[in-house]
Design a protein around this ligand. Sequence first.
Ligand SMILES: NC(=O)C1=CN([C@@H]2O[C@H](COP(=O)(O)OP(=O)(O)OC[C@H]3O[C@@H](n4cnc5c(N)ncnc54)[C@H](OP(=O)(O)O)[C@@H]3O)[C@@H](O)[C@H]2O)C=CC1
Ligand SMILES: O=C1OC[C@@H](O)[C@H](O)[C@H]1O
Length: 389
Amino acid sequence: MALAIQTITFAQQYTNSWLHPAPKKADQPLKLGVLSSAQINAAAAIHPAESHPDILLYGIASRDNATAKSQARKYRFMKSYGSYEELISDPAIDIVYISVPNGLHFEWASKALDAGKHVLLEKPFTSNAAEAKRLVECAERSGKILEEAFHWQFHPAAHRFREILEDEKHGKIIRTRAIMTSTPEIPAGDIRWQYDLAGGSLMDMTYVLSFTRFALKAGVPPKVISAKARPATHDPRVDSAMEATLLFKTQTMYDVHSTIYTDMKRGWAMGIVPRFWELPSIEVETEKSTIYFYNAMMPHIYHYIGITDKASGRTKYEKCYSGGPQWKERGKPHWSTYRYQLEAFIDKVRGREPVHWVTHGESVAQMETIDDVYRKSELPLRPTSTLAM
Ligand SMILES: NC(=O)C1=CN([C@@H]2O[C@H](COP(=O)(O)OP(=O)(O)OC[C@H]3O[C@@H](n4cnc5c(N)ncnc54)[C@H](OP(=O)(O)O)[C@@H]3O)[C@@H](O)[C@H]2O)C=CC1
Ligand SMILES: O=C1OC[C@@H](O)[C@H](O)[C@H]1O
């Protein structure tokens, strides 16, 4: 289902890219370099950049020169590069968007920062917490901006979700449950199945931890009470599914029990029905209500926030495609999570206060949580890059 949603996103982003006229660019727009020819590039960086006045599609790099050239032609980049090194050493480039496999995030993000570029880095931040800490040091040393691309957190619906949770009328949060599964299963051979590239369902579907940490405003990693992996048959170090129970202490120091479930190989319901009801979502039970954010990962395609009053059993539904408590008058209903994310990223680069931000501390805590879940499930941590050692 996650793959199906991704396909729909691509279709929607593609349509929006020509349905909505591209704005006139600023006099001196920032220059974007895209590192790799990953399938996510179009939705996550290229179409958002097309519709932002202050960033230009400048260059794209691939390990293969012909691929780089054809991608540059297809998306109208000004330059192409047959290696990642060439792109990051081009002094014209200001911002590098990195969409290589997880296991290469540390290497290329640290090289790009060292080359003086701002970096928007795909999730998960790195292969493990040790790499995450090294990468943060690298960013601090460089003085450049580095952010993990947790795009969903930039959407107005995410902000409305948190505003609802903060409303005292619902009482304290008691427990949460976040899930993300994929029917059809992620195809064999995909980067997500490869241990050496830091694959695994928890790594790929790490949104479940992001949803939970965001809902709880968790500063530090939780205690992992239990974790059970379903190892992949081709490589038992890769979790084809993961279920875990976590104990968070909230900022006001009370306990919340959270469960997470990720599955890259979820069977079809009754053998034929894709489990669309398992789209990446989170349920939060408070003392008085149950609050459910359906499709929290890609709310721009479709979402709802269901608020059920536990006493009466009545449910009220909300949607929030633009505005919301943080963006207010900014943004457009057709903007994707990625477009909102880019808006904030450019604000940060230009020295303006971004509407939302994923801090280095959050990315490190997120990777520490992933490591702790792997340890508890008795699976090895994802391998550390030799560059980070
Ligand atoms: N934010 C979001 O919504 C999403 C984020 N992601 C994240 O983006 C990243 C890329 O995911 P996805 O688009 O599915 O990836 P793809 O498999 O489509 O692309 C990965 C790219 O990385 C490059 N690459 C470099 N080294 C390798 C290698 N050893 N094996 C394979 N590819 C390599 C290739 O580009 P080339 O050959 O041109 O060098 C390849 O096209 C991941 O970190 C993933 O977690 C993925 C999907 C959605
Ligand atoms: O980040 C992601 O979002 C969409 C999913 O389908 C994908 O597996 C994941 O990498």
